[in-house]
Write a protein that binds this ligand. Structure first.
Ligand code: AMP
Length: 287
């Protein structure tokens, strides 16, 4: 597996793949891999000849009070795991190589990026869109795989790729969970034992909404209120949002149908902000 540290080397590698008529799959990450990341890599490996995983904790998508410095990192372990999966290259540039001193161009996303996570993390999705534009250009990827765990991010990237005519396929991959239902996340390492138990309130709320919808209780306001109470009954929880949305534009859903998704963002002890989501109607219920 090649370890690539500079944008210049990345471009050269990508050109070489193209010369050998190989398609390129990209898996953008911030590292500290868990099974969710590995599944994205496997998904990309099924669809592309050469897979490159970018490993970059992107300062532009973190707010000033956020956890950029504290974000967990373990480069050696990440390289071993990616290599085991059959990844062809890791791209791990320095921050200064991606954003040199005179850097001044950003991608500015519209209203899709202002809601939900964008409302509590101003500028976050512009940072995400900017770094991904750079990664798409540098890697010349034919396709890129993203997790549905970050459902709004996936929607924002799909929008950007369409709006800016980017020649890349954006592939979504289902949320990968621990055996008790907690969505995997590098940030789960911030949780102590008690907080780890509390974190299950997200998955429980998703399951509750699915059960209620399957049982024919589709009142969104009532469901939202019940979920709010359920989450707040756990110690140290704070709600950022509980939102039933249409999965195409992420606008508030008026009724529950095959396109309805429940998106949650919950603070645990004012320390860790966790997100999760699911489709509300199981496929067979939606049919
Ligand atoms: P991150 O390193 O957290 O920025 O995530 C890199 C990619 O992995 C993003 O596309 C995430 O949506 C995806 N991802 C992270 N956690 C999960 C998960 N539990 N299930 C599926 N995809 C995930």
């Amino acid at each position: 597996m090649r370890i690539i540290n500079t944008p210049g080397e990345m471009e050269t590698w990508a050109k070489d793949q193209a010369l050998s008529a190989k398609t390129i799959g990209l898996v953008p990450t911030m590292g500290f891999f868990h099974e969710g990341h590995l599944q994205l890599m496997r998904n990309a490996l099924r669809m592309a000849d050469s897979v490159v995983v970018s490993l970059f904790v992107n300062p532009m998508q973190f707010g000033p009070q956020e956890d950029f410095e504290a974000y967990p990192r373990d480069f050696e372990r990440d390289c071993r795991l990616a290599e085991n999966e059959g990844v062809a290259a890791i791209f791990a540039p320095e921050g200064t190589a991606m954003y040199p001193e005179d850097f001044q161009t950003t991608v500015s996303m519209g209203k899709l990026a202002g809601r939900l996570c964008g409302a509590s993390r101003p500028g976050h999705f512009d940072g995400v869109a900017t770094v991904l534009t750079k990664l798409f250009n540098l890697t010349r990827a034919d396709l890129a795989v993203f997790g549905e765990k970050d459902f709004q991010q996936l929607a924002v990237i799909r929008r950007m790729a369409v709006d800016l005519n980017m020649p890349i396929r954006i592939i979504g991959h289902p949320v990968v969970r621990e055996s008790d239902g907690l969505a995997m996340s590098s940030r789960n390492t911030y949780l102590d034992e008690q907080e780890r138990r509390t974190a299950l309130c997200l998955y429980e709320s998703l399951m509750f909404a699915r059960e209620e919808a399957a049982a024919g209780n589709p009142d969104i306001e009532e469901l939202t209120e019940n979920i709010r109470r359920q989450i707040l009954s756990y110690p140290g929880t704070g709600i950022d949002y509980i939102s039933f949305v249409d999965d195409r534009r992420l606008e508030p859903a008026e009724q529950i149908d095959a396109h309805t998704r429940l998106l949650l963002a919950v603070w645990i002890n004012n320390k860790v902000r966790l997100i999760d989501n699911c489709q509300v109607l199981a496929q067979e219920d939606a049919a």
